[in-house]
Design a protein around this ligand. Structure first.
Ligand SMILES: NC(=O)c1ccc[n+]([C@@H]2O[C@H](COP(=O)([O-])OP(=O)(O)OC[C@H]3O[C@@H](n4cnc5c(N)ncnc54)[C@H](OP(=O)(O)O)[C@@H]3O)[C@@H](O)[C@H]2O)c1
Length: 282
């Protein structure tokens, strides 16, 4: 039996759909049964909050494989509650490699350290930015912003690299990880096929959304970070946080050799993923 934690989230729901399509039995473990029911996926859930060790242990009873699409900071709780013989597949984040400290990245680093020290067979998958899911706010939010902006003010001219991964490829990685005979605890980055400068990513999103790519205006990061919180005051403009602006200054480029070799997943090109994203959104 496969227990899916975070089954009512974006990655969790996509994985559950894929498991059902593959005819694999799974048990969704969710904190909110009504949210799960609204997805219309059918499987009977077990209800447990990750903060409740007893409920969590009961919800994971009998699982031979446990996959978690909740935040990596929950790794210690999952290690403590999962049956001793269960293999673990946990989602992390490439935020763990960021040089800017924040609660998200710190939580992933702590979760990964606990997972690797636990010596339980399995893997923590660290995705880059995920796009293409129902309800995602990465690419869709960018497209909403591009509809409003005549120019794109980008720190450093948008030259830092990004390597986004489509949600379908995340699902394929999770499925491959569930099937892999892990002998020890490992961590693998999962990302799109190749890095590209953020300004090119932005232009690709614009084209896929049927918009003209705006001219890029190179601006220093510091004033843009100060101005970013003002987006919450502008009606119809998606909110941008100061820390998001800061991260636009750091390269997020990764070797996906281990993803290809160990998981056997070759991610789809960005143009294809964006085309699917905007067809699905229409
Ligand atoms: N989206 C991205 O671009 C991205 C990039 C890199 C890494 N990641 C990581 O990948 C993972 C999955 O991403 P996602 O986009 O699918 O996230 P998501 O949609 O926010 O899903 C997170 C899931 O965790 C569940 N959860 C949170 N706190 C919980 C608690 N206390 N008890 C029980 N369940 C709890 C949520 O439950 P509810 O459904 O009840 O809210 C939700 O189902 C996350 O760990 C995220 O940090 C995401």
């Amino acid at each position: 039996m496969i227990a899916v934690l975070g089954a009512s989230g974006r990655s969790g729901a996509a994985l559950c759909r894929a498991l059902a399509a593959a005819g694999e039995a799974y048990v969704p473990v969710v904190r909110d049964a009504a949210k799960w029911a609204a997805l219309g996926l059918g499987a009977a859930p077990r209800v447990a909050d990750l903060r409740d060790p007893e409920r969590l242990r009961a919800a994971l009873a009998g699982a031979r494989r446990v996959v978690s699409c909740a935040h990596a900071r929950w790794a210690p709780a999952i290690l403590a509650a999962a049956p001793a013989e269960a293999r673990l597949v946990l989602m992390g984040s490439t935020r763990r490699f960021s040089r800017w400290p924040d609660a998200h990245g710190d939580g992933v680093r702590a979760g990964e350290a606990a997972f690797l020290a636990g010596h339980r067979p399995g893997v923590m998958l660290h995705p880059t930015m995920i796009y293409g899911a129902e309800g995602e706010d990465n690419v869709q939010r960018l497209a909403a912003l591009l509809r409003r902006l005549p120019v794109a003010p980008l720190p450093g001219g948008g030259r830092a690299l990004v390597q986004p991964i489509h949600q379908e490829d995340v699902t394929r990685c999770l499925l491959a990880a569930l099937r892999h005979p892990w002998r020890r605890a490992e961590a693998i980055v999962i990302a799109g096929p190749e890095p590209l400068p953020y300004r090119d990513f932005l232009a690709a999103v614009a084209r896929a959304a049927g918009l003209r790519p705006p001219p890029v205006l190179a601006v220093p990061g510091a004033p843009l970070r100060l101005l970013a919180p003002l987006t919450r005051l502008l009606p119809g403009v998606p909110r941008i946080r100061a820390d998001e602006v800061r991260r636009l200054l750091e390269d997020k480029a990764f070797d996906i050799g281990p993803m290809r070799r160990t998981l056997g997943v070759t991610p789809m090109p960005l143009a294809e993923g964006l085309a699917r994203t905007f067809v699905a959104a229409r």
